[in-house]
Design a protein around this ligand. Structure first.
Ligand SMILES: [Zn+2]
Length: 65
């Protein structure tokens, strides 16, 4: 099982400061209909991002504008 921090780093593409626990997202992957995990994390002290990552493919997304 991937850790919250590792998942956040997969979504972000680089290391993050802090990550909350992983939860199963209430949505399917738009690319492959796979199960999606969600994680809240802080890439820096001033920013909090919610990220989503598919468990079955490389798709990921954040709530950044
Ligand atoms: Zn997928």
């Amino acid at each position: 099982m991937v850790t919250a921090k590792k998942l956040a780093e997969l979504v972000e593409g680089e290391s993050v400061m802090e990550a909350e626990s992983i939860a199963e997202a209430d949505r399917d992957c738009p690319d492959c209909d796979g199960d999606v995990l969600t994680v809240g994390y802080m890439p820096s002290v001033t920013e909090f991002v919610t990220g989503w990552k598919c468990q079955d493919c490389d798709w990921s997304e954040t709530d950044r504008d």
